[in-house]
Design a protein around this ligand. Sequence first.
Ligand SMILES: Nc1ncnc2c1ncn2[C@@H]1O[C@H](COP(=O)(O)OP(=O)(O)OP(=O)(O)O)[C@@H](O)[C@H]1O
Length: 889
Amino acid sequence: MADRRTQLVTRVRGMLAEAVGSARTRLGAAQDELATARERRARIRRAAEAVPARVGAERDRRLAEIDARHAARLADLARRAADAARREAPGAASADWSGWRPTPATRAEPPGALRVGTVAVAPDEPVPALVPLLDAGHVHLSGDDRAGTEAVVSALLLRAVGRTEPGRVRLVGYDPEHLGGGLAGFAPLGTAGLLTFVGPGGLGRLLDDLVEQIRRINETVLAGEHGSLRELAAATGRRPEPWRVAVLLGGDELSRHERGQLDRVVRTGASCGVHLVVRGMSLPDGPTVTRVRMAAGGAHVGDLPVRLDPPPPATLVTETCRMVAARVNAGPTPTPFTDLLPPVDEMWREDSAHGLTAPIGEGPQGRPVLLTLGDYPPHALIGGPSGTGKTNLIFAWIGALASRYSPAELEFYLLDFKEGVSFARFAQGRRDPSWLPHMRLVGINVNTDREFGLALLRFLAEELRRRADAAKRHEVTKLAELRAVDPTGHWPRIVAVVDEFQMLLAGRDAVAREAADLLEDLARRGRSQGIHLVLASQDVRGIEALWGRPALVAQFTLRIALPKALRILAERNDAAQSLPRHHAVVNAESGMSEGNEVARIPSAGDWDTWSDLQHRLWRMRPPDAAPARLFDGDAVPRLADAPDFQALTAPETGTLRAPVALLGEIIDVQARSATLRLPRAPGRNLAVLGTRVDEACAVLDAAARSLARQHRPGGARFSIACLDPDADPVARALYDDLDDAAWYDEETVAELVEETADGLGAPGAAGTPHYLLLFAVDAAAGALAARVGGRTGLERLRRILHDGPERRTHVLAWWRGVARMRADLGGSGARTDQIGAWVALDTHGGELGTSLYPGTGGPDWYPRPWRGLFFDRAVHRTGQTIIPYGPSR
Ligand SMILES: Nc1ncnc2c1ncn2[C@@H]1O[C@H](COP(=O)(O)OP(=O)(O)OP(=O)(O)O)[C@@H](O)[C@H]1O
């Protein structure tokens, strides 16, 4: 039993132990679970505790980010708005007063809106608050803050004045309560007529006037072609009307009429540059009205809250107005020369078959005033006292024509009789290689060389003949028809401009007579052959030279009168007397009042303006274009440059039948040389007459050098005798340079004469040409007086003169006076026919009479420096003025 009990106990114990063990195990597991759960709970709790802080931080971060982005965007927008505002209102339209100065817009550029304050959009980026006024609308101011409104008015007006060319804004003030006190700073503008006030009863008249201006501008300036002055300016670059700003500062209730007129101005003024700045009277609502309100809570422009700028400093206002008035009082600023030019891609597009038309300036309504040369009117007269702008007008006209017509359509010949070189720029110069491709000839400093004017007229007369012959051959009468039947021919229109042409017609001598005859013929017949004359004169005498020839004057139907010009227009037409500076009356009706058109002439004369155009046209020139011939009366030509000298050559064999001696340059259009032919014929000798050493030496030097060029070495003899020490350098240089030259002086000159005279009869004497170059030969009279072998040297000299030329022995001698020459030839009654040609220097025409020159009384010759009169009885009917060539070395 005990065992069983023991066994039972043991079993129970075992079972209990097992139970305890498993309970323990379970407990351990439960405890683990508990710990894990606790830990989880703690973790979860910890996590749960962390959540709100993180979310909050994230939310704050996101909010801050949005804030920053917003601020940056706002700043960016504000910056862009400010940039746009500054573009819309550049320079003086929006600059701060501290650095403010006028910055006028160019004419095609809109003046833009005007700043009155700032809009506070972003703290660091104030945006200008702009008010559209000029070309845009009207401003209405309201509010009790009088100082504030005055500040806005001054700011608007000063900015408007500073944003436009001086004189382009005209202000009218109506201030019945303070009688203009509010605009006091602008008073200096009044001195230039840019600010006027109307008195307390004058509002109606002021409004009537504004309405009338609007009507006139619409009708005559815009004329249905442009919607507004702003469009006109953008399209044409011209702004013919000023801006008119009426500042109306309160007053009584408006009458019905005034109200009606005010409403009209509000509706229609902006397109015509008529604007209102109004306080103390109502304006109707409309898209052109900007309202600026000043209330206790702040100012508003339209609906935008605005911080108004301080008023401009008083000194800035008065100084600016004073400067503007001074500029206006100094005269209108010239319109730019480029106004006269077509766009670059339209240059040289015009056809001149029927005429030449180009603008010369701007008319009062801003339209171009055109000048035409053609069948009608064919020729022009330009007149105006010195300094009124004739030269400038000629430049402007030439530029306007040359930019429209190519050199194949138009050629210019230009002659300036007054001193000065301004026209030289048309020809190629040392400073600037360009030339005007249309220019064929420029004559400057020709004041004493009227022959050059004559030469030009002769040249044109020849061209006229050529054209008339061609027209006849083609059985047509006019240039347009000739061009139609001969399309490949070169028939440009020719415009010949002669400035100070009265010089050409002055006096009663042969030059004046021939010039007037040629002018008359050219004026009458040139019209149909495309040859046009433009004559300019500062002097009424110039015109009077024409009055004696009514047929000539009648052809000049185009008249251009500069300020104060007399007698250019018809007798009762005094329009030129009241012309402002830089204007001209253009009249294509022979000066009758009905034909008057007033033009404002641009400034075209200054070098920079001109050279831009000339360079452009020069680059466009045809490849074979040659520069214009420049004749400068003050220049001394050089033999080596003379085309005729360059063309001289020696024959390969034998001797030329008639070598030529070049004596100087002829005053003509082609720069030809005066030539003396020396065939084997009686009288082929040359006498140079006068006391001027340099010119005399120059003539003999050129003659000898040109002759030498026509002989092979050894082919001719040159005997040089110099009897005046002043001539020595030239004679010596000649002796050194010529191959077969012999030298003689006072001691040996008798030998030369003896040997030469005695050799004339020798057999074969006529083989080699022999030229005797005798410098101051009259000084040899003593040496030649001695009798040798029964004859004096002078007798031998006469023999050489007489018999030499037929034996190729020619005397080229300088006598220092006609009387001395006659003495050497045998006395005052002696024959002179052995002197077949002469060049007179300072020898008066009268001395050259008897037997040296056809007719009685001698030639019309008034000696002048570095000129000579050449007469060759074998070829000339009248003397020919020459310019000796300058020293060869
Ligand atoms: N339309 C113009 N706009 C601006 N300046 C001008 C204009 N016309 C002339 N001038 C200036 O006036 C001055 C005189 O002009 P210009 O030489 O053309 O006169 P002119 O009548 O030919 O005088 P003169 O006969 O004495 O030579 C020059 O300095 C010129 O630049």
